[in-house]
Write a new protein. Structure first.
Length: 286
């Protein structure tokens, strides 16, 4: 295929580390994809998935990864809320920032409660669409708690100074939609190779099948060198995404740009308004 494929004032450091978007894994951590079995992606007969309208041609390497991503939307339709550990890592400037949080999430109305469990342990964040003037409520722990509750716009400069995505786009659904949109755009071009990595195990125990796309050359329509979508074998849910950038002169491997994982999932907990209420006695927003 021709290579013309590419056309295509008191704000805490906490706020600058908040993102919407999941157990961080690199090739140097306890999970090394280099040690898992990689398989070529095999074509799926359209007859086996008649409900799917393929965006990519069946001959395109992204055809099957897209089918798997579409399928992963199906179990999400039955998930209305959940609790989990949300871990994310993002490259901000030259610094890779990692944060792990306990997350309560509700789909309707869109509601998020976060409590930090590693760096800045005890910090709490609350966001409910349509409430608090659509702002974040932030409460620090320890001596910083003396400042009280800080109100910030989720897309304002202070909240986004060191974040790649706003808290208003957090959640497994938004994460999966982000990858689908990316792969649909990339499927219009060539220059992509793909791999399937079954039996990829996270340190938290989840066994996943990883669908990976790679672009060796940095065409303008390819934002990332490598994209990995982690689909949990048991639930069928997409629980993680890794995005690696194109290596620079001094990079031996593609650098991690952003990484989001939702682990230790507890689905459909029947979370109520009280779980996202600043007056909840279990929280510190009062």
């Amino acid at each position: 295929m021709p290579r013309n494929v590419a056309r295509r004032a008191c704000c805490f450091v906490f706020v600058k580390q908040l993102v919407a978007g999941v157990l961080c894994l690199t090739l140097s951590t306890s999970v090394s994809l280099a040690q898992t079995r990689a398989e070529p992606v095999k074509t799926i007969s359209p007859k086996s998935t008649p409900e799917i309208q393929p965006v990519a041609d069946e001959a395109h390497p992204l055809y099957v990864p897209l089918q798997m991503a579409y399928r992963a939307t199906e179990p999400l339709s039955d998930v209305h809320d959940y609790e989990c550990v949300f871990t994310k890592r993002e490259l901000i400037g030259k610094k890779l920032i990692k944060t792990s949080m306990k997350l309560k999430f509700r789909d309707e109305p869109f509601s998020v409660y976060l409590k930090f469990i590693d760096t800045n342990a005890g910090r709490e964040v609350l966001y409910v669409k349509g409430q608090n003037n659509n702002n974040l409520l932030v409460r620090e722990a320890g001596i910083k708690a003396l400042v009280g509750v800080v109100t910030l716009s989720p897309t304002g400069p202070d909240a986004m100074a060191e974040n790649r995505h706003p808290v208003s786009s957090i959640g497994m659904k938004e994460m999966l939609n982000m990858v689908i949109k990316q792969w649909e755009a990339e499927a219009k071009f060539g220059g992509t190779t793909t791999q399937k990595r079954p039996d990829s195990k996270l340190p938290t125990g989840e066994i996943c099948t990883v669908y990976e796309s790679v672009h060796e050359k940095p065409y303008k329509d390819f934002k990332f060198h490598t994209t990995r979508l982690w689909i949990d074998d048991k639930s069928g849910l997409a629980i993680g995404v890794q995005q690696l950038g194109f290596p620079g002169k001094n990079d031996k491997e593609p650098p991690m740009v952003e990484e989001y994982f939702y682990t230790d999932l507890k689905l459909n907990r029947k979370l109520t308004d009280a779980d996202f209420d600043r007056s909840n006695k279990s929280y510190s927003f009062r």
